[in-house]
Design a protein around this ligand. Sequence first.
Ligand code: FES
Ligand code: FE2
Length: 377
Amino acid sequence: MPELDSPQRHAPDPLMLTGFWYRALPADRVHRNQLHKAMLLEIPLVVGRDRVGRPFALRDACPHRGMPLHCGKFDGENVECPYHGWTFDAHNGQCQLIPSLTADQNLRVDRIYAGGYPCEEQDGFVWVYIPDPGPPGAGFTEPEEAPEPAPLIEKFSVSGKDKDKYKLAYLTADMPVSIDHGIIGLMDPAHGPFVHQAWWWRSRHSIHEKNKNFEPIPNGFRMSAHMPSSNSAPYKLLRLYAAADSITTTIDFTLPNLRRETIRAGKYWFSSLTTVTPITRNQCRIDVVAAWNLFRSLPFGSELLKFVFAKFVEQDRRTMELQSEGLKHNPHLMLIDDADRPAKWYFQLKAAHLEAKRTGAEMKHPMTGPVTLKWRS
Ligand code: FES
Ligand SMILES: [Fe+2]
């Protein structure tokens, strides 16, 4: 099978950017001494927590004959394959025992590894670092170290008596579209009046012209600090707390899939980190995690916020479910200016990132300076 070694096969897949952290599972669904299945970038994983609660992730395939390890046993430290009982350290995947070996057989058990991935718990999620495809010889490779810690949600009242006085909540939804459609749907300003209508929220008649300033940031772009749209969700809630003109919001997008929104109003703040994670080529998952110090004193305040966000995510999910019908037969698509310019930047950023990786040169940012975009929404 000589074609297996052709260069195309090793070309990086722009739908599956490696060398980044990805959210694998909500932390409250990963229990001590249990094994859970997860999938990231078409890589099946077994995820769990050891007996002190530290999370781990291994490739869900035994290096002996490929048995899924999540079907095996876990004693809080080592994972035992259900086929021939080989056991592996849950954190680094190093083989500890091959029960069939006799005393005079000197196979170096400690040189065998079930693929282990860097794994961290951060802001309510278990994150897994997916390294660039390693060299061949799987089964004998130690896990790579992640070059930086998993992404954090920015929090603003973490000193003095305000420390830890914030709430954190998450929402998650599976979308039957590729990560690209998931991400450009997330950054698309023009669908709001059509998808996110509700009698208590806004109607399509509230549509009006908007001007937004964008600037390049490393690996991404920022919608510069501005007053939130008068018809946006958090803005309406914040108006209950602060003078309208003291409210500012900033939205950042960075590769591979991170959207951060920060809203500040005096001493109050709301901060979210939304990710769109590639599960398979045709399936992604959107996870919204928000932290805020508003509404803590108001009964039902945080329930209201969760209700609003759950509605929004469900409207997006339903839309993408319908969109996936339309995408089944590969229709021609287009991106227009200015409303789809952020989507164009996303594709340009990915191309620039992959090109920099290929050549080893510094990444050439597709934006050369600040840009103002106009649209009606
Ligand atoms: S397949 Fe796992 S021990 Fe043989
Ligand atoms: Fe939306």
